[in-house]
Design a protein around this ligand. Structure first.
Ligand SMILES: Nc1ncnc2c1ncn2[C@@H]1O[C@H](COP(=O)(O)OP(=O)(O)OP(=O)(O)O)[C@@H](O)[C@H]1O
Ligand SMILES: [Mg+2]
Length: 306
């Protein structure tokens, strides 16, 4: 059994005893039934989900990126959505807030089907969300301070004094209080990410969507960010959905995890269940095994996983 030394996690293989790395899938016990595994799609039932996705399919021309995806996001919890690069994680997040519209399927935010509502109502629903886009998506002509203040000025009638208090609090949370007057061009990629995060937090939204918050961040700041995410859920009761392919970070921060692979949601469950599962896509993805349904490129992936 190989245990990479850089894999700093609280992961402890339990019953399954699956090791890290290597080239072969571990043979499950004779009585293992993948259809009964909690991580098999549809087997983990979430009561009172904050967002429910049903049969979501999204194509660009002849390229079907997401196909028939159904998932429920637990309220007040952190869920990470993992998947190889190019699987459609960012496209998926954009569908959750109506920035993209599915070709088929529905996205429910609480009692509201956002795929069948007026634009005006959609803009209302979006106020429940704070979003950190993959590239930070800062306004290039605004300072760090003004970028963070933007949603408060746009969506609230707070005074500049009240806004200043909130903005400085959020910028301190992400360690940017010393960069308030800088323009996006003058700060590093990681700082842009953190500014995008401060802006997403400004309204203290019910739901936070983070697209690869840890890419471009060093390990220490990533750990801070994970702590921050946990504090936000415990103190504000917010729901956080994080898209990433950084497994150790995803494992540290999440309550639940979904695995996207080749257009489908191939597994979903509690973090411990996902890491200890005998289910081949989980074993392979979480433990870095070269043999299995996930190939080096899409062409080398097995067409049929489930
Ligand atoms: N607006 C668009 N028009 C056409 N194709 C798109 C568009 N947006 C995304 N795609 C395609 O959808 C697929 C999934 O892209 P997406 O950005 O969601 O991947 P990802 O999983 O977020 O990857 P990464 O981990 O590298 O960020 C890619 O093949 C991409 O080319
Ligand atoms: Mg992406």
């Amino acid at each position: 059994m190989v245990t990479p030394t850089n894999y700093v996690t609280n992961f402890e293989p339990v019953g399954a005893g699956i090791g890290f790395g290597g080239s072969s899938l571990h043979e499950p016990p004779a009585d293992y039934d993948k259809y009964a595994d909690p991580v098999y799609p549809g087997n983990t039932v979430i009561d009172d989900p904050v967002i429910s996705v049903r049969g979501l399919t999204k194509s660009f021309g002849s390229n079907t990126v997401l196909e028939d995806i159904s998932i429920d996001f637990p309220r007040g919890k952190i869920t990470t959505v993992l998947g190889p690069s190019g699987t459609g994680k960012s496209v998926f997040l954009r569908n959750l807030i109506g920035l993209l519209t599915p070709d088929r399927g529905e996205v429910w935010v609480g009692e509201d089907n956002i795929t069948a509502m007026s634009r005006r109502r959609l803009l209302e629903i979006r106020k429940k969300f704070g979003v950190l886009f993959q590239d930070g998506a800062l306004f290039g002509s605004m300072t760090v301070y003004d970028n963070t203040a933007f949603p408060l000025r746009e969506h609230t009638s707070k005074s500049e004094r009240e806004i200043r208090e909130i903005v400085m609090e959020k910028l301190e949370l992400v360690g940017l209080e010393g960069a308030i007057d800088k323009m996006p061009d003058e700060i590093s990629g990681g700082m842009k990410k953190r500014c995008g995060l401060a802006r997403a937090l400004a309204m203290e939204p019910e739901i936070l969507l983070f697209d690869e918050p840890d890419s471009g961040l060093d390990p220490v700041r990533t750990a801070y960010l994970n702590d921050l995410a946990r504090d936000i859920t415990s103190e504000l009761g917010s729901t956080i959905i994080i898209v990433t392919h950084h497994i150790p970070s995803a494992q540290q921060v999440a309550d639940y995890m979904g695995l996207l692979f080749r257009r489908n949601l191939v597994a979903f469950g509690r973090v411990d269940e996902m890491f200890n599962s005998w289910y081949a896509p989980c074993q392979q993805f979480f433990h870095g095994i070269t043999e299995g349904p996930i190939g080096m490129s899409e062409e080398r992936d097995q067409p049929e996983l489930l």
